[in-house]
Design a protein around this ligand. Structure first.
Ligand code: 2HG
Ligand code: ZN
Length: 470
């Protein structure tokens, strides 16, 4: 089925679209098209035909039916903080923004659940939970802008996955509008439900290609107690693995992250974040746990000493206050934003935890062998086997020259991912940036089944086409 763009001369469908939502909730001015047509990726020029802002589930259904009638492609849009171009409209699509469906609708204390509209900002849900003495544990640097609908669309991960898992773990129930405009109510907030296929799970991580999330019941957890972070300097990447193992065995970790000294260089270059300690080491691990009593804190210190004795750790620091905890987290959380200035080539790959050192060494050898002028930065969620490979653009290269070389790097990286049975996208999603490489992580049979599933829920191919699959 051919899905068309809205042509400039094709005024009628847009006029009809305007009747489906409140007055003023369809925008076609150049500034809005530019803003809502893109996410945080920098590789595609936004070119949507219009932006529509529904306020109710019925309006979303009407928009999807309208799109089916006119064979017009729709792109869902949340906080636009994505890094895989899953929410980019580069081909005349109509963007459906959930900015006006941003209310928390209900809270159930006994169930520890919150009913959210898709446009609820992640940070607002976190704050709501805190105000109730509870905790929404999915967390990442862009939580202040990203929206729950987008988190569900990408099955967002972040910095606490080692303890709490991905967004998927926190979705108790979902209301979705499928590609035919039908409303499905999935799982109805149940903890136990053994009645066949769990369709809710299909829509999580589907990047809006099967339908749009219009309401989500999110679970909350008990609030963590006295979160405490340690930053440990290691002589090499290999040493981080026994450190992880040592701490994992002794403490219930809420995070285990890493970054290289080159990342610390950029962070300290900002001038507003203090160094963790005086010395510098090639790599750093950032770990976090609940220091619920003195025994736990002492166990952490004893484990640290053991790691020093073994030569795995050269220096370290433990937070003693909320402010110190925040400052240590900035060393890791601010990397992505800080280096965005250098227009980096980005990757978000995963392998099993035990394979991380060999995998990273392989990539380093390949990249530095061919492009010695490239500055390669490693950081990420090493406790989950999730690495963010970033390469900074050398000043001597134009953006075009740099990205042309990075296309070759991409192929090497994904070939290596395939060799290690890893994933080409651990937590950012496939979107447009990785759709041509899906076969490095998924077999032809899997991809055929995935496409067949899409056809069931979106027979006319209007839901975020060109994302996940070419
Ligand atoms: C992070 O972990 C984010 O900081 C962004 O997932 C990663 O910018 C990146 O490559
Ligand atoms: Zn990340």
């Amino acid at each position: 089925m051919n899905v068309s763009r809205v042509e400039m001369t094709d005024l009628l469908p847009i006029e009809e679209l305007k009747t489906l939502v409140e007055p003023g909730k369809v925008l076609t001015d150049a500034a809005s098209l530019e803003t809502y047509g893109k996410d945080w990726t920098k590789h595609y020029a936004p070119a949507p035909s219009a932006i529509v802002f529904p306020k109710t589930v019925e309006q979303v259904q009407a928009i999807v039916r309208w799109a089916n009638a006119h064979k017009i492609a729709l792109v869902p849009s949340g906080g636009r903080t994505g890094l895989s171009a899953a929410a980019v409209a580069a081909n005349g699509e109509v963007v459906v923004s959930f900015d006006y469906m941003n209310q928390i609708l209900d809270f159930n204390e006994s169930n520890r659940t919150v009913v959210c509209q898709p446009g609820v900002v992640t940070g607002a849900l976190q704050q709501f939970a805190e105000d109730k003495g509870l905790y929404y544990p999915v967390d990442f640097a862009s939580a202040g802008s990203s929206q729950i609908g987008g988190n569900i669309g990408t099955n967002a991960g972040g910095i606490k996955v080692i303890r709490y898992g991905l967004t998927r773990n926190w979705v108790a129930g979902l209301k979705v509008v499928t590609g035919t405009g039908e409303l499905l109510e999935l799982n109805k907030d149940l903890i136990k439900n053994a009645t066949g296929y769990d369709l809710r799970q299909l829509f999580i991580g589907a990047e809006g290609t099967l339908g749009f999330v219009v309401e989500a019941t999110m679970r909350l957890d008990r609030a963590p107690r006295n979160l405490t972070a340690m930053v440990l300097g290691t002589p090499d990447l290999e040493s981080i693995m026994p450190v992880l193992h040592a701490f994992h065995g002794k403490l219930d970790l809420t995070a285990f992250e890493f970054f290289s000294d080159k990342c610390l260089d950029k962070i300290l270059g900002r001038g507003d974040i203090p160094a963790p300690f005086e010395s510098r080491t090639p790599f750093y691990a950032l770990l976090e746990f609940e220091a619920v009593n003195e025994d736990v804190a002492n166990t952490a210190l004893a484990t640290f000493e053991h790691c020093v004795e073994q030569g795995w750790v050269l220096d370290g620091v433990m937070s003693q206050s909320e402010q110190q905890l925040k400052n240590l987290w900035k060393l890791r959380e601010y990397i992505s934003e800080t280096i965005s200035h250098w227009t980096p080539y980005k990757n978000d790959i995963s392998v099993t935890v035990s394979q991380v050192p060999a995998f990273l060494a392989d990539i380093d050898t390949i990249v530095s062998g061919s492009y010695p002028d490239f500055e390669v930065l490693w950081y990420g969620h090493i406790g989950d086997g999730n690495l963010h490979l970033n390469i900074l653009k050398p000043d001597a290269l134009s953006k075009e020259e740099f990205f042309a070389k990075c296309a070759t790097v991409n192929k090497w990286v994904f070939e290596t991912v395939e060799k290690y049975n890893g994933s080409i996208s651990a937590e950012h999603g496939v979107g447009m940036t990785k759709r041509d490489y899906l076969e490095y992580s998924r077999s032809p049979a899997e991809i055929a089944y995935m496409k067949a599933v899409k056809t069931v829920f979106d027979p006319n191919g209007i839901m975020n086409p060109g994302k996940i699959f070419a």
